[in-house]
Design a protein around this ligand. Sequence first.
Ligand SMILES: C[S@@+](CC[C@H](N)C(=O)[O-])C[C@H]1O[C@@H](n2cnc3c(N)ncnc32)[C@H](O)[C@@H]1O
Length: 261
Amino acid sequence: MLTDEFWLDAHFVACRAEYESMLRTAGIRSGDRVLDAGCGSGSFLPLLSELVGESGRLEAVDQAQANVAAARKAGFQARTGSVLDLPYPDASFDAVWCANVGQYLTDEELAGALLEFKRVVKPGGPVAVKDVDMLLMRVHPGDPFLLARLAQVCAEAATASVQSRGSVRGRELRRWLEHAGLMSVWQKSELIERWAPLPRQQRGFYAEWLAFLAEVASGQALPDADLEAWSRLRDPAHQNHPLNHPDFYLCEGQVLAVGRK
Ligand SMILES: C[S@@+](CC[C@H](N)C(=O)[O-])C[C@H]1O[C@@H](n2cnc3c(N)ncnc32)[C@H](O)[C@@H]1O
């Protein structure tokens, strides 16, 4: 599962610069009481802690007990709970941050989670939601439509996982926040671009991610040429894997939408 601690930390480290600059624009101020909703193992908590400073306060919530335990072990206040039914009273936070969680929710659940974020934030406070948009991902050298076709068959398959729909919903976020009744909503998409030669950690992360997507692709009704291309992406040691090409390029798109109560 991409919600496991390995993936959370590895993706965060691979994209740290861009992720942190997104969080810095979310409107969180020194002295704020902030909720990290769906905190995972706590990748964003150190920077959130820096932003709120000593006079601020952080709370983290996640539905996975193992992730809550990891956040607590790192010294943060964390509890088990769902973003669909937050275990906090109304208007108890100055701001809510929610990163990389919406992609795991159905449309109905996302709408419900946004109402919960609005409920627990004080009037005027920001609700900031960050998510991936898989339709912004490209790997070169390779067919520019390979990932788009995978995203499409996953989203349309009768057996499609929730994540398939959620992972192509990123650029709709602004509208979802508006429909939740948040005000002054804005959105900014960030294209995270990587070129060969990659640092070791980034190479390792993208090799694993492409292998994971290749595994997903292997069960889908895709053209034979696509299945062959995906089978090459399973093995980063293979000489024809794009990571081993001097022209290797990868981009992924991350979206931040912020609205106020
Ligand atoms: C990809 S991780 C993101 C973690 C962290 N926010 C980050 O960006 O590193 C998704 C997290 O959402 C949590 N999650 C998924 N659905 C949830 C729900 N309904 N309520 C609370 N947490 C949820 C998962 O347990 C997981 O920790």
